[in-house]
Design a protein around this ligand. Structure first.
Ligand SMILES: [Zn+2]
Length: 287
């Protein structure tokens, strides 16, 4: 009779039970620290061991900065063409769209930051190295136009290797186009905050990334125009230690602050409040 016997449940072998799928682990690129992915994600993809700020996607920055459920993407239908018939450009674009999404190298949106409406543009390094072509320039320009119309502060997060070579001079023209829009914001006294992430180089660093009323950067971000090799060749001398990092630029007066990813939202919120001269709750409209 079986009723007084303890029924034996088949047991999984111990090793099998404890096993964590191999793709759940992630390794810090800077110090080699290995941890489960969730721990990195919970820490906003900053290494819990060495504080290295890993590269994240545009939508992750949007989640960090904007209040939950308030983000609304803008300028969704603009696509790059291949105006110069550059070899393999259309194939590369196709591949980038498949891998990184349709938005080209920037995602623009409007939403609330700590209860205050802002326009936010975030570059996406995953789309062709965050290169700035006509679409990036046009989206920034239109987002700025929205800021002019509604008097919303503008926040841009940069991650870019520079101008998009495949669009030649049209890419370079975006630098002036963005700068012209920003000068209108300045004239109308609408705040513009720029946040530089790793890396911010080339034409982007020579344009809107460095034109903020406040210029912030993430710790350790590489920021510069030309690469160290080119500069070394031009100057004919060795470059100082830590050259072109956010901390070096801060020491030399090129940045206003180096801000931990965890504190980005609060810092930007405080800056915008100071710049508007009003408590956040009353809005940004200037008299
Ligand atoms: Zn690390």
């Amino acid at each position: 009779m079986a009723w007084f016997r303890k029924e034996k449940k088949p047991r999984l072998p111990r090793a099998e039970k404890l096993e964590i799928p191999p793709d759940a682990w992630e390794k810090c690129e800077a110090c080699g620290h290995t941890d489960i992915r969730e721990k990195f994600v919970r820490n906003l993809n900053v290494c819990p061991e060495c504080d290295y700020h890993r590269r994240i996607r545009a939508n992750e920055y949007i989640n960090i900065l904007l209040d939950e459920g308030t983000a609304e993407e803008t300028e969704v239908d603009i696509r790059s063409t291949d105006p110069l018939g550059f070899p393999e450009y259309s194939q590369r674009l196709k591949k980038a769209r498949a891998n990184a999404g349709d938005g080209d190298a920037i995602v623009t949106s409007t939403g609330m930051l700590a209860g205050t409406p802002i326009n936010l543009g975030v570059m996406d390094f995953a789309f062709m190295g965050g290169s700035m072509g006509s679409v990036v320039g046009e989206k920034i320009s239109r987002l700025g136009q929205r800021s002019l119309e509604r008097k919303y502060p503008l926040v841009l997060i940069s991650a870019s290797g520079g101008a998009r070579m495949q669009e030649g001079v049209l890419s370079l023209m975006q630098m002036a186009k963005a700068a012209a829009m920003l000068s209108q914001l300045a004239e109308r006294r609408i705040p513009y905050v720029t946040i530089l992430t790793n890396p911010t180089t080339g034409g982007v660093s020579a344009s809107y990334a460095m034109l903020g009323d406040a210029i912030l950067a993430e710790p350790g971000a590489v920021i510069g125009f030309a690469g160290p090799r080119v500069i070394k060749q031009t100057l004919g001398q060795d470059l100082p230690e830590g050259f072109q990092t956010a901390e070096f630029l801060l020491d030399h007066g090129m940045l206003d602050a180096v801000v931990h990813r965890r504190e980005l939202k609060q810092t930007v919120g405080t800056l915008l409040r100071h710049m508007s001269g009003k408590p956040a709750a009353t809005g940004w409209a200037s008299p």
